[in-house]
Structure formats: C-alpha cells, structure tokens
Write a new protein. Structure first.
Lengths: 599, 339
C-alpha cells in the first residue's frame, strides 16, 4: 500500500502515474542522481553506511546491499534488506530488491543491479515479472542504471515507472553518442544525426576537438536529451494506447530488445493480466510479433473457447481493409449477391493476424480496430496460424457444409486445414462469375440440407449473443438476449431491448457491449466479472480502496457488475481485477448506472 | 542460514584442482624491495603446504591460492626439499616466505622445517618476512622464530580495518583487534608487522572501496611499519570469480589506488606499497586498458621510492570515466557501472 504513488493511465503493463511528493511528479520519470532535482535519497551500501534518511519529500532508500539478478540465492538471503519499522512509514520509502526477494511495505521498488543484465532479455523479463508479482500493483518500479534512448520504451512497456540518466551519462564519458536507434562512438560519426541543442551547436569534428571534460559533458547532455525525448514519446504512446505498436518497431534497434518482446509474448500471462480487453485505439499489425500480441491471442482464444454458433452452412470469406467488414465494398457485394440467402449461412471472416472472425464478432475489439500490412503474400507463420484457427473453428462446430468463397493466399490457408470444403470463387471474390457461383452453391446446399433461414432480427440478436459470450463467457449470451428481444438503431450502433427495457448497446468505439443495470443483472455474472464493494453507495466511480474483492478475470475495459450491501451498479473496469483488490489508490470502475438497495 | 563459508565450500568442491606434488614449490622469484630506505634485492618463496586452515573451512571470498595446496600434506622432508630446490638462488637482503596460508601454522610447515629454514635464511639475508594469519602470532611462535632470525617481520592479511567488510564481504574470520594483538605480540619480541590490505572486496562499489582503503591505511599504520595494498584480482574458484562471471564484480580502477595513495601519503609513518598484480586485464585492476601499463609501472615505482611525483605524468581521459564511476556507481544498486 502506498500513499506516495498513483497510476493514472494504463496501457498493458505500461503506465503513467504520479509520485505524490512535491505537488506530484509525473511518471515515467527520469531520476538524475548527479543533480539537485533528484527525488530519491540513496543511503548507500549497508556494509559501509548506517545512516537512515527520512526525507518527507523524497523516496528514501535505506542502506542496502544490492545484488544483480544472476547471483546465487545464498547471497540474496545473506544480504536481505533490513526490516524497518514505523519510522520510515512517515516518509516515502524505496526498497532495493533482487527478484528473488519479497519486501513488503515500500512505496517504490528498485531492481537491484539491473545494469548487470543489460542485453540479457530473459533475466530482465524475469526480474520485471517477479518484482511486479510480489510488489503491490500500485507501488512504483524503478529500474536503475539501465535506461538508454534505445531501450527506454521497452522498459516502460514492461512496467518501469522510474528510470535514470546514470547509464547514458556513463556511456557519454566512454565517448558514446546515443540515439533511439543505436549507440555510436563519437569517433566514427561523420555527422551528428540529431537536432538537440548540443547537435545544433556543434559539428562532429568540432565536438571531437574539444577537451575531454567539455566533450564528455556535452555528450552527456545530448544523451540525456535523447533519453528525455524518448520518454516523452513513450508517454504519448501510453496515453494513446499504442505502446505495443511503438515497441514493436523500437525493439528493432537491438536483437536483445526484440528477443525481450518475443519472450514477453511467450510468457503471455504477465502482459495478459494487464492488457485491456476493449479500447478505442487502433491496433496496427505491422510486424511478425503482432501475431503474438495479447489482443490477437486473446481474441483467438475466446473465439475458440467462448464463442459458438450452430447452423448447417459455414461461409468463409476474406477480410477487408475497411472495418467493420460489413461496411466494406467486398462484403457489401457478397451480401447483396446472397440477398435473402444470407440468412441461411454463418459467415466467418478469414484474416491475419486475428485468425477467424465470426460475423457476429466483427464489431468486437480488435476485429474492428486492426490494420495490417497487406501484400497479398502470406508468410509461413501467418498461414500456419490462420489455418490453425480455421481448423479449430471447423472442428469445434457442427456445420454440415463448408463453402469457402476466397481468393489468392486465402485458398491455400483453407486447403491447409485439411477439411472438406467447396471453393466457389473464380478469380476475384467480387467478380460477377464468382458471386453467381457462390449463390448457386449456397442454394444447392440449402436445398440439399433443408436448412432453415435466420431472419434479419435473429441475425442481429445473434450478434448480441455472440458478443456477450465473447465478453462474459460461453452461454452468457442466452442469459442476456431474450427470445423476443428487439434490436433498434443503425449498424453498428445497435441497442438491445426486452420490450421497453433497454439491456445493452453496442459501443463500436470500444468494440464491446455497454450494459445497462438490467442487462448486467440478467447476465447473472457472479463470480466472474463481479466487483464487491463496501458499505456505501458509489457515485460516478468506485475507487480501489472501496473494493473488497474483484474477480481475477477482470481486465481494463471489461463491463463489470458492482455489488455491495448498499448498492449495485454496472460500469467499465479501469484496472485489472487483481489490481482493484490490492491497490489503495486510483479508479477501479467507472460507473454507468447505480441502483441504491433497500433502506 | 548458509553463510559465505558455505558458499565458498560449495565453490571449492566444484573447482577442478590439478594434483600437486608435495615436494615442489609453488613459486620462487626475485625482485626489488625497500629496506631502511634502500632499494634492495628481494626473494619471494611460496611453499606448497597442505593449505590455509581457514581456506579449508571455506575461507576468504577472493582467495584462490588454496588451489596450489599439495594433494597430500607435505612432510618435513617435502618442505625441506622445496627449500633446497631454491636455496642456492637466494641472494639479496630480503626474503619473503609465503605458503598461501600461514608459515607459522605448524600443521602447514612442521616446526623442524620452520626452524631449519629460518636459521638457514638468517645467514643469507638481512630480513625475513613470514606470512601468517594473526592467530599464529603468539608468544610461543614469536619466541621460537626469533631464536633463528634476528630481523623478522610478520605479514598479516588484515585486508581492511572495517570489521563489517572483513567479515561480511571477505569472510576473513578475524577482527581488527586480533590483528592489533598480533602486532603487539610481535613487537614484544622485536618483530615488525606488515599489513596487507585489499582494495575493493566484493559487494561494495568503487567509491566505498576507495574510502575504505584510505581509512584502513590510516587505521593500520600504528600497527604496521609497512602496508601493502593488494588490488583485488579475480582468482578462479572464488566468490569474487563467481560474481565477476555474473557481471556483479569489477576489479578496482588503477585510478583508485593512485588516489588512495595520494590521500594517505605523508599521513602515516609507514611504508605504503602495492604490487598491481594482473593489472591491465579484465580479471585484474584496470582502467581503460590503454593506460594500464603506465599506471602499473608508476605504482611499482612508488612502492620502491615512496615518491609521489611518480604519478605526475599519469594522464588519460578515462580519469573522467572513473570520476563518474565514483559519483554514480552507487546508483546501480549492486552492479559495476563501467566494466
């Protein structure tokens, strides 16, 4: 628990926040130990120094023996940090921790000796995971002497709140000129690829000819400015919810940073626990790693385990650049050609990197939010991934007839499933010949199978059922959507009613349902997606200290049912369930509707 | 809870050690030393014994000398054979006897061998220096040794005057007061004391190491007429080695020893010396690898002249790096800043 730090924005593990000293200091923050402005008081090595600081406007790091990641456990136990009692609680406290240690009660955790694992992606990732795993979620994490313009965004992406200018300064004094995409020996540079105040004033030769003290000081200034610039950039992307997109390109400057991103994806849980389920930002899939990001894996996983539809005929069609797909020219052309026969088929859109998107889920994040590099050529990984998703979908459903109306690389992907299907496209899927072939085959299948159609109303209700299943778990859609439900509004802004009672609407911006209190009640959510609060009537929002318990499945963006002795409410989660339960600061749920109970 | 000794034992168990014959010396060389203000020839003999008794219980965190120990404990005859193999080569005023343990420990050097060696050397050299842990400096051992040699000096690895660092970083297993007692005991018999100090033990940063060595020199000076500062080097099969491999340890900068010498020069009545062993290598004390040889020369020269001006010509732009290291290494919270 902390009174000295507050998280204000989250984007996966990345966050913006404030150190609550000196009127509030924005994080991520660059500590500058050599300067007067530092916010951390470092009491030094416990074997040499015995003085405990207690500054009320700084984070006090008591005497410690820091040990880097790879040292053996015996040392970690031997030099465990001293346990401090009440005195330090008055002032903000930092604790130097080895990932193998659990230290309670600090406001800021300092990753001991992180410098020693520069370049060691596995060790660094494990350090983040372990320290974050044992520290309270609302405490700050300081990764010391490691940040450079190259790696800063990645440190922020993994959850660093405080870094420093120690390594960029040390590198400056080694004659190294840092940029966000590489470090160079000043001696090898013919020009200075930067427009900071230093690089505006000096040419490379001019800088080189200065006396060392002056030269290094200027290099240090430049390196710091690049670090600061990168920090500002990282903050912008966190605020936009696009940190992932940024690190996917920023990690290219070093193989170990790329490895770090891949390892973090392979670990999955660490990022997944922190990644929002729905949001309004765009999702760009521009690299091979995009396919492994949480949003993509989670979508595929939920399609597989939460979503289901039943019918006779599965129609596979290619994705479109325009989202939602239904608004694209190709999908409109196919829908028009099918006409009333659209009600006889279940549409499934084939796409990279998401895999398969059932028509019912086309508005869900990130199906309606992604943009992907399109070349018409799919690499092996993409083919393997998408055909795997398709095969799973076919195998977990009971369609009697599968029609693949696809072209180009999609054909290969369909064939790669090894499942029986009819290909109807002759060249381009929207060509007249292709479309009439499609309609012919659908008509034939309907005749053969005696398939019953779904009406327009039923198709819309199925969209709500599918989305509710996707969001709240298999079978929830049937709780939410009444048999005689009515959908009003224009696509995609549908609203679901039971008679005059509004149950929910689709929020296309966020790619999710937006529940009314009645809708939430009908979903019968307990214990999933339920937040239990104390004995009060919340107004506008629920803050973390008011939360008694929260389901661990909850992610930022989820609609949750809030339940307490005095009130029930529905709203959008602003943090993950584990954070709500353990945090002492910050907004847990942004409420939409509140109902006071009894009296 | 496992302590440093347990870790050392674990490391020592895994260390592959070459078998050593009990009758072969570990080493012998001649060099120069300072005696009564004169530069004189000196001889260093390192006997192979069963090894330091403390090292066998784990021992010091930086010490790999114990891997030179004999596989079977050398007998009186073995030790004498070792001595005879170099006896004729000894010339000059000073002879230094090391065992990588304690020459005065009779389980390492049998009494009879000790007596014969000392008495033989007393005819060859003006001064004999024997390396020993303080626990072997007793009325008995002093009285006995003085029988054979007129001018005797004990050399004790004090390492630091900080008990915390000596115990918790080095695992030396004796206190400053044990050293002081040994020195006073020796003094009673007219035996002088040389203190070996260790610059930059593991687990502390460069600046703390600098400050520790300066105060250690000042603290040890009243007890030691000669103070020799060992610049920690990374010996295989030690905790320091393990930390080094894991990026958690860097040997001291040569700037640090120069700075330390400058700070204590003239403040004590003791001779201050240092032999920059392995200087200029990653496992030894080093600066930027460009200027290391010049630094090592100057440090050796100072040891023989006690003349501070030998450092005057030393210049390298890595000084600025080193200054940043002093300023900022504490902010890595447990790792070297520049390796």
């Amino acid at each position: 628990m902390t009174r000295f730090f507050e998280v204000t924005h989250r984007d996966g593990a990345a966050r913006l926040g404030r150190l609550l000293i000196r009127g509030g200091i924005e994080t991520p923050y660059i500590e500058r130990p050599g300067s007067d402005s530092g916010v951390i008081v470092n009491d030094g090595n416990a074997l040499v120094h015995g003085q405990f600081s207690c500054a009320v406007d700084s984070f006090n790091v008591p005497p410690h023996v820091g040990l880097p990641y790879h040292v053996r456990d015996e040392f970690v136990r031997l030099f465990a940090p001293p346990v401090r009692g009440e005195i330090a609680m008055e002032a903000p406290r930092g604790a130097v921790v080895h990932p193998g240690q659990v230290v309670e009660g600090a406001d800021m955790y300092i990753m001991a000796g992180a410098r020693a694992i520069e370049g060691d992606a596995r060790a660094l990732l494990d350090s983040f995971i372990k320290i974050k795993g044992s520290a309270k979620p609302d405490t700050a994490l300081y990764v010391p002497a490691l940040a450079t313009p190259e790696n800063l965004a990645m440190l922020v992406y993994l959850g660093a709140d405080v870094v420093d200018d120690v390594l960029v300064t040390a590198k400056a004094y080694q004659g190294l000129y840092l940029t966000e995409d590489g470090e160079f020996s000043l001696d090898e540079l013919s020009g200075l690829p930067c427009a900071c105040e230093v690089c505006r004033s000096y040419a490379a030769d001019g800088l080189r000819s200065l006396p060392p003290a002056e030269r290094f000081a200027l290099l240090a200034r430049h390196n710091y400015l690049k670090l600061e610039e990168e920090l500002k950039r990282a903050k912008l992307h966190v605020r936009r919810g696009m940190t992932r997109e940024y690190v996917e390109k920023q990690c290219r400057s070093r193989p170990w940073l790329t490895a770090l991103l891949r390892l973090a994806d392979a670990q999955h849980d660490y990022l997944e626990q922190r990644t929002p389920t729905y949001r309004s930002s765009e999702m760009l899939a521009c690299s091979a790693e995009s396919q492994n990001r949480v949003e993509v894996r989670r979508f595929a996983e939920r399609v597989k385990t939460r979503f289901s539809s039943s019918g006779d005929i599965l129609l596979i069609i290619p994705c479109s650049a325009r989202k939602p797909y239904s608004n694209s020219r190709s999908h409109i052309a196919i829908a028009r050609a099918l006409g009333k026969y659209r009600g006889y088929v279940h549409e499934l859109i084939l796409t990279s990197p998401l895999g398969v998107v059932p028509r019912e889920l086309e508005l869900v994040y990130p199906a309606a939010h992604y943009d992907v590099a399109v070349t018409g050529v799919w690499d092996l990984d993409e083919r393997h991934w998408v055909s795997g998703c398709l095969r799973d979908y076919i195998d977990t459903h009971t369609f009697k007839k599968i029609i693949a109306h696809v072209e180009g690389p999609y054909v290969e992907v369909c064939k790669q499933t090894g499942r029986d299907m009819t290909f109807t496209s002759k060249g381009r899927v929207t060509g007249d010949e292709s479309l009439s072939s499609l309609v012919e085959h659908v008509m034939a299948a309907v005749a053969e199978l005696g398939t019953k159609p779904r009406g327009q109303g039923e198709l819309m209700l199925d969209m709500f059922r599918g989305m509710a299943d996707y969001e709240f778990g298999a079978g929830r859609g049937d709780h939410l959507v009444p048999k005689n439900g009515v959908v009003k509004g224009r696509f995609p802004r549908y609203v679901l009613f039971d008679g005059r009672e509004q149950l929910c609407s689709i929020s296309p911006d966020f790619g999710s349902l937006s529940l009314t209190l009645e809708g939430a009640k009908r979903l019968d959510l307990g214990p999933d997606y339920v937040v239990e609060i104390g004995d009060f009537v919340p107004r506008g929002s629920v803050l973390a200290p008011g939360v008694i318990g929260a389901n661990l499945q909850i992610r930022p963006g989820d609609d949750v049912f809030v339940k307490g002795p005095k009130a029930v409410a529905v709203g959008k989660a602003r943090m993950s369930g584990y954070e709500m339960a353990e945090s002492t600061r910050g907004m847990a749920v942004e409420l939409r509707h509140v109902e006071r109970l009894g009296s | 809870m496992a302590g440093l000794s347990d870790v050392m034992l674990d490391i020592r168990r895994r260390q592959r050690v070459r078998p050593h014959s009990p009758s072969e010396l570990v080493g012998f060389w001649t060099g120069e030393d300072l005696l009564d203000g004169r530069r004189v020839k000196s001889n260093t003999i390192i006997f192979r014994t069963k090894g330091c008794h403390w090292a066998q219980k784990g021992g010091c965190t930086m010490c790999g000398y114990t891997y030179d120990a004999a596989t079977t404990p050398p007998t009186y005859e073995d030790i004498m054979a070792q001595y005879r193999s170099v006896e004729d080569k000894i010339e000059g005023s000073v002879v230094k006897l090391f065992t990588s343990g304690s020459f005065l420990d009779k389980s390492e050097v049998p009494e009879r061998a000790k007596g014969e060696i000392l008495s033989s050397l007393s005819k060859k050299a003006e001064k004999v220096i024997v390396e020993t842990r303080p626990e072997f400096v007793t009325d008995n051992t002093m009285q006995e040794a003085k029988k054979y040699v007129a001018r005797l000096e004990i050399a004790v690895g004090l390492e630091t005057s900080s008990d915390r660092i000596r115990i918790e970083c080095i695992n030396k297993n004796f206190l400053f007061k044990d050293f002081a007692r040994a020195s006073e005991t020796a003094k009673k018999y007219g035996v002088t004391t040389k203190a070996y100090l260790l610059l930059k033990p593991p687990f502390i940063c460069e600046k703390d190491a600098l400050e520790d060595i300066v105060s250690s020199v000042l603290d040890a000076a009243p007890y030691a007429g000669t103070i020799s500062i060992n610049l920690c080097n990374v010996q295989r099969g030690t905790i320091v080695d393990e930390l080094f491999i894991k990026g958690a340890y860097r040997p001291p900068w040569l700037w640090t020893i120069v700075e330390a010498i400058k700070r204590v020069h003239g403040k004590t009545g003791s001779i201050i010396m240092s032999d920059p062993l392995a200087a200029g290598s990653a496992r030894g004390p080093h600066n930027c690898y460009q200027c290391d040889a010049a630094f090592a020369d100057a440090i050796r020269k100072y040891s023989l002249t006690q003349d501070l001006s030998v450092f005057d010509g030393l210049q390298c732009q890595c000084r600025l790096q080193w200054e940043k290291v002093l300023e900022l290494e504490g902010w890595t919270f447990g790792a070297p800043l520049i390796y």
